[in-house]
Design a protein around this ligand. Structure first.
Ligand SMILES: Cc1cc2nc3c(=O)[nH]c(=O)nc-3n(C[C@H](O)[C@H](O)[C@H](O)COP(=O)(O)OP(=O)(O)OC[C@H]3O[C@@H](n4cnc5c(N)ncnc54)[C@H](O)[C@@H]3O)c2cc1C
Length: 384
């Protein structure tokens, strides 16, 4: 049976960040990913806008891997750090620190970073079961071409986006509503390069549709398949309409459709704290990072460590879009930069816990904040 210091389930942005943070601190890390792409929704979901890591008023608020991955995203393709952010100095209001990137470029960049850090990456490997004794997860069962395997570790991070590991361990989770989002990268002979388009003739197609409550929670096999079928039907309708209006199949067509289900939210863990919109303006002693508001310039929020900690488990963290956050606040935390940040926090905490032989809650406070400060994290608004 293979054994690691840390197993990270889910190789999206949060899982890659978690694995990088722990491996760079000398831990043996296995990263389990059911698809063959690192990056999750940000790559296989064709989400190619890396939302801002600043507050919209000229101040960077998220640091560490949130910034590193923003730069790495365009190492092998289009996108750039906006001009005013390439050097110190004042930034114009509303000039935000974000980038577009080609999903395939991000795949290559993440492969490279994971390889350099020495992460053991298991692609095409599904987390299929969890073994738990009391408050400890002891091993996971995975399915891949080799069959069903059991992998052991001292610590685990659930970065599946769907809280698969915590749910399978019997941890409490909750779910929220989704829109139907049809998504594609389109070849359009008339499209010009722009801040939202990847290149001349290459653009993102997004059709969002509100659906009756409960229709697309993505929490059953049936509802995932239904959402995928309906989202692609919307795309077929788009092209039928365009062709009926005179566009041709040669000058406008879908080039890529997502290979992951584009749910914004499915299951989230019920953590030691549930971050609600009412709490999101508070100051927290256990803040482990700051995030801005990508929709409205101005507000900056603190991320309390407890939202990463499943209530019942001692050696497990959640990271990414399945952390314990609800409502409108989750609109702000479920995005790429905050997933990178929560992944880095979880991976760093796991490395510290492994060094100290302590539990996940046991590394809260000074030691974790001190370690994150080494990679420039800020914890409270007044530190900006
Ligand atoms: C329609 C839509 C539009 C969006 N637009 C933007 C945007 O413009 N900009 C932005 O910054 N963010 C956007 N987001 C949000 C963002 O892309 C994701 O929420 C963010 O990348 C979350 O990353 P994550 O790592 O937490 O989860 P995910 O990206 O979901 O990654 C989870 C990974 O875990 C893997 N996995 C799941 N279950 C298992 C299992 N059982 N075993 C093994 N592997 C498993 C998956 O294959 C996946 O790779 C959008 C999201 C959606 C759905």
């Amino acid at each position: 049976m293979r054994s690691f210091d840390l197993i990270v389930a889910g190789g999206g942005i949060a899982g890659c960040s978690a694995a990088l943070a722990a491996a760079r601190r000398g831990k043996s890390v296995a990263l389990l990913e059911k698809s063959v792409w690192p990056g999750g929704l940000a790559t296989a979901g064709l989400i190619y806008v890396y939302l801002p890591i600043c507050d919209g008023c000229g101040r960077q608020v998220s640091f560490g891997l949130a910034r590193e991955l923003l730069t790495a995203a365009h190492a092998y393709g289009p996108g750039e750090i906006p001009e005013h952010w390439q050097a110190p100095g004042p930034k114009p209001l509303n000039d935000r620190l974000y980038t577009i990137f080609s999903p395939a470029s991000m795949v290559l960049a993440l492969d490279e970073l994971l390889e350099e850090a020495g992460v053991s990456v298991w692609f095409d490997t599904l987390l299929a079961g969890v073994r738990r004794t009391g408050g400890q997860v002891t091993a996971v069962e995975v399915e891949n071409k080799s069959g069903r395997l059991t992998l052991e570790a001292d610590y685990f991070i659930d970065a599946t986006g769907d809280a698969d590991l915590v749910r399978r361990a019997g941890g409490e989770c909750f779910s929220e509503e989704n829109q139907l989002s049809s998504w594609a990268i389109e070849y359009d002979a008339t499209a010009q390069r722009s801040p939202r388009n990847l290149a001349d003739h290459l653009k993102q197609v997004v059709i969002n549709r509100t659906v009756p409550e409960g229709r697309f929670r993505g929490i059953s096999g049936e509802s995932v398949s239904r959402m995928i079928r309906e989202s692609r039907r919307e795309l077929r309708n788009r092209y039928r309409k365009l062709y009926a209006e005179g566009r041709t199949r040669d000058d406008c067509f879908p080039l890529l459709v997502p290979t992951l289900a584009n749910f914004r939210r499915t299951f989230s863990i019920r953590g030691r704290l549930l971050l609600t919109p009412e709490l999101s303006g508070e100051q927290f002693d256990d803040s482990v990072g700051l995030f801005g508001n990508w929709i409205t310039p101005g507000p900056v929020h603190e991320l309390p460590y407890r939202v990463l900690l499943p209530a019942e488990l001692e050696n497990v963290w959640a990271a990414g879009r399945c952390i314990s956050v609800t409502g409108e606040t989750c609109e702000l935390t479920r995005v790429i930069p905050v997933a990178a940040m929560s992944g880095e926090i979880a991976g760093t905490a796991a490395a510290l816990a492994a060094d100290a032989g302590s539990s996940a809650p046991g590394v809260a406070g000074g030691r974790l904040q001190e370690e994150l400060r080494r990679v420039e994290f800020r914890f409270h608004r007044e530190e900006l």
